[in-house]
Design a protein around this ligand. Structure first.
Ligand code: ZN
Ligand code: ZN
Length: 125
């Protein structure tokens, strides 16, 4: 949704200004973009009684994950999980329409937006 042409340039394009991703890129969002990404967590808490400790733990793990997919270090050998190599492609000027997923590549593979870093010559991942 954040890549929809009507809202992309106002919100999510700020995250894509990082062409060379670093761990700080994982936190470089328009405030409304960050809020919209957290809406599923807040709405889940409304319908399911989740202890606040678990909500905070989720926030901590999500922050570590944001660093992990932007730190240019590939620690996850399983291809079903997105990792730094695959998310870096999402930041390439030609790669904005690939690897939308934040955690897994399942939806990208189902809808044809997955780009395997190993298939890119000279990429190094
Ligand atoms: Zn990113
Ligand atoms: Zn994006």
């Amino acid at each position: 949704m954040l890549h929809h042409p009507k809202i992309y340039r106002y919100l999510h394009s700020i995250h894509h200004q990082s062409k060379a991703v670093t761990p700080f890129t994982g936190f470089a969002f328009h405030p409304l973009d960050a809020f919209l990404q957290a809406v599923p967590v807040f709405t889940s808490c409304y319908f399911i009684p989740i202890p606040i400790d678990l909500v905070l733990l989720h926030g901590f793990i999500t922050s570590l994950w944001a660093i992990s997919i932007h730190d240019n270090v590939n620690m996850i050998p399983f291809k079903g999980i997105l990792y730094a190599g695959s998310h870096s492609i999402h930041h390439f000027p030609w790669g904005e329409n690939y690897n939308y997923g934040k955690i897994t590549s399942i939806c990208d593979r189902l809808y044809g937006s997955y780009c395997d870093p190993e298939n890119i010559t000279g990429y190094g991942y």
